[in-house]
Each structure stands twice: as C-alpha cells, then as structure tokens.
Write a protein that binds this ligand. Structure first.
Ligand code: HEM
Length: 393
C-alpha cells in the first residue's frame, strides 16, 4: 500500500510476503534509515548507530556494540548479572506482597528498574541503572516514557516543512528540547563517572572506530533505550495478558514450577516447553497467516499448533510471519541479550507468585489493555497487581 504523508511517499508492507521482500529479497535497498527530525533532536544529530545511515560508520559502530556487549560469549558472561537483578526484582515484589494480602504493587516500575539494571550492568559493569536519574524507577519510567513517545511522534515539519510553526505552537518543540536535555544530563553523569568496566573510552580507537564523546554518548543512549524499553515493554505485556487469561497463566505456572526447583535458573529455561512472551507482542495479526489472529494463544509458538509450523521468533530472517526483532541487515543485534533477560524474569515472576488484579476481579478484561504509541507500543497505564507468594510443597 502506498501512502503519501505530506511530502513523504510511504510504502506499508503488511503481510509476511511483503515483509520478506523488503527485509530479505531487497534487504540492501531498505537498509537505510529515514532521516527523522525527532531522532535528530533526541540522538545528538543522529550520531548514534540505530539511526545511522547504512554505510561504513554504521557497520563499525554495530561491530563495536556486538563485540563488547551483544555477542553470545558476552551475553553468557552477563548471566550472573541477570540472575542478581531477577533476585532484586523478586525482592521488590516480595516487599510489596508482605504489606498484606491486598497490597497493590506497581509492577511496571519494578520491571523498568529490572530491564535498566540488566543493560546498565552489562554496559557499565555495575547496577547504576537504579540510581541513574537519582530519583528512582518511577522517574526513570517517566523520562524514558517521554523519550519514547517523542520518538514515535512525527512533527508536522517532517511531512509539510513550511508548517513548522505548528510544532512550536503545540509545545512539541519545547518538549523535545527539554527531554533531550534531561536525557543528556543522565548520559553525561554516566560517562563522567564511568566505571573501569565501561566499554567505551572517549577518544579511544576501538576496532578501527575513533569514538568521540558525542558518538559515545549517542551509542550509550542507543544501548540504554534499545535494551531498557523493549525488554520492559515485552515483560509488561506478557504479564498483563497472562493476568487477563487465568487459564493460560495457570498452565504456564505449572510448566515453570515443574521445570524448576526452588528457584528459576537459566539452566531451567530450555526445559520450558512454551515460549510465552511472544504472543504478548501480537504483531502478526494477519488472519491469512494466523488462526484466531487477535487472540492471546501462546500455544501457537509451541512445536505444533493450529497454524501449522511453530513461529521461530528469535531466528531472524527465517520466519517472516512474526517479526518482533525485525530482520535483515538492520535487524536487532540485541536479540541474544534480550531473550535470556526476558525469559528468566518472566519465568521467575510466574514461579514465585500468583498474580491478581486488585480487588480480586479476574475477569478477562480486568487489566486495562489500552495502548500508547512510542518507539514500542506500551500499556497506557502502569501495571498494578497483587502478588501472592507461592512456595513449592
Ligand atoms: C525484547 C527485546 C527487543 C526487541 C523486541 C527488539 C526489537 C528490535 C527491532 C524490531 C529492531 C529494528 C529492526 C529493523 O529495523 O529491521 C531493533 C533494532 C535494534 N536493536 Fe533491538 N530489540 C530488543 C532488545 C534489544 C537489546 C537488549 C538491545 C541492546 C542492548 C537492542 C539493540 C538494538 C539495536 C542497536 C538496533 C539497531 C540496529 C541497526 O540499526 O543496525 N535491542 N530491535
């Protein structure tokens, strides 16, 4: 489908076949990134890697990130960090649960703190994520929320350049400036007191790429944004869907509680038969590909299901029916990092607690599934739940 959005002709690929053509057959032609005004404002004039035009500089920056953070060997090396942060997440839930049977906890805040801590530990070698903004997880969620929302906003000037005053009048310009400054202060602090484990050193040449301070800040921002928001959003959707589907929840808890003993470790993950997190994304809603496309049916990702072959969501470029990580040259390099972070956290939350919406109302519509658009589509309101601790008998 061709849309003409102001001055920008835009092709929309909405079937698996069209996605395969763009991301595989014609991958090279579509390996650029559009020059987006908002990304320019928020990413230091797009000096980062995610929004970099396809070419040598992008290739080298991507290589640096993969070598220092995202390779299978590195990801394995972060296992202890993931397990420590899951323990902290569970402690957070326990502390709230200890306040009494009806204590309502803000799971969204705990999940964003978890996701940010995992990526911060990997990037800086410590858990600075929690204190990154000096104001705790709620503040972090707010800053990231605004950042993401702005990234997902198309300014009027992007489509119709002479209408730029509209962006001033609506306050969008001022909001973008304020958020960019706030994020820069955050990154400045991280770079200023970086720990010895920091992967990036100003002025240093790594793998043939000379990293100036702005490139370092922009690339760190890439990692924090790409690694925090995606992981947290996925976990939040998964928990919201499961709480709204008690039968699925019970089935998954039985699986996790059978596979693990006392505590969930990464060794238990391959024994879990169902990849639950995936359907929470529900991007692939094409009724030509999926039966009951609009429904939460995690079984479709198990070995065999009504849709024929299982969707291999993390094998990028193999299965185009479902593309949570994109595909092709610009596909997500963080997939190997994200999968254990998400699976360990979700399995642990399901193992140790039974979950309810406040008020004990477990009707399917109990969690409000309204969405808000941004770089990723998030739940509009924070996920408020009651957690009841569970002990193995
Ligand atoms: C559940 C977690 C995640 C999901 C669903 C996800 C999804 C995606 C998607 C859809 C893209 C765009 C692909 C395209 O343009 O074709 C992308 C790109 C990217 N992701 Fe992820 N991602 C996740 C986690 C991560 C993590 C943990 C990191 C790093 C710490 C990361 C780093 C990146 C980077 C750097 C790019 C840009 C690659 C490029 O432009 O060359 N992602 N991701």
């Amino acid at each position: 489908m061709l849309l003409r959005l102001g001055q920008v002709p835009t092709v929309v690929a909405s079937s698996a076949a069209a996605a395969e053509e763009a991301l595989k057959t014609r991958d090279l032609s579509f390996s650029g990134r559009p020059r987006l005004l908002m990304a320019d404002r928020l990413y230091y004039g797009t000096r980062d890697m995610v929004f970099a035009p396809y070419g040598e500089r992008w290739r080298q920056l991507r290589r640096v990130c993969v070598a220092h953070l995202l390779s299978p060997r590195r990801v394995l090396g972060f296992r202890a960090a993931r397990e420590r942060e899951v323990a902290a997440l569970l402690d957070g839930v326990r502390a709230a649960a200890a306040d009494g049977a009806a204590a309502v906890l803000n799971l969204s805040d705990l999940l964003i703190a978890y996701s940010n801590a995992v990526i911060s530990r990997a990037t800086f070698g410590d858990a600075r994520g929690h204190g990154l903004d000096g104001g705790g997880a709620a503040k972090l969620r707010k800053v990231f929320g605004e950042f993401e929302e702005l990234l997902g906003t198309v300014p009027m000037a992007e489509m119709v350049p002479w209408l730029w005053p509209v962006d001033v009048l609506t306050g969008l310009d001022r909001k973008a400036r304020r958020t960019a400054e706030e994020i820069d202060r955050l990154i400045e602090r991280v770079v200023a007191d970086k720990s010895p484990a920091a992967a990036f050193e100003a002025g240093e040449e790594i793998d043939g790429v000379r990293l100036d301070t702005v490139t370092i800040k922009a690339t760190i921002l890439d990692m924090l944004v790409a690694g925090t928001d995606t992981t947290y959003t996925l976990l939040e959707w998964a928990m919201a869907e499961l709480v709204n589907h008690p039968t699925q929840m019970r089935k998954l808890q039985d699986e996790v509680r059978t596979a693990a003993g006392g505590i969930v470790t990464e060794d238990d993950l391959p024994r879990l038969p169902t990849r639950v997190v995936i359907n929470a994304w529900a991007i692939g809603r094409d009724p030509a590909t999926w039966e009951r496309a609009e429904e939460f049916v995690p079984e479709r990702f198990a070995a065999t299901d009504g849709d024929g072959e299982a969707a291999e969501y993390h094998k990028m470029g193999v299965d185009f029916r479902f593309l949570p990580f994109g595909a092709g040259r610009r596909g997500c390099p963080g997939v190997g990092f994200a999968v254990p972070s998400v699976e360990l956290a979700l399995a642990s939350l399901l193992y140790h607690f039974d979950w309810e919406v406040p008020g004990g109302d477990r009707k399917p519509s109990a969690v409000d599934m309204s969405e808000v658009n941004g770089l990723s589509v998030r739940l509009k309101t924070a996920l408020l739940l009651v957690a009841k601790p569970w002990q193995p008998r």
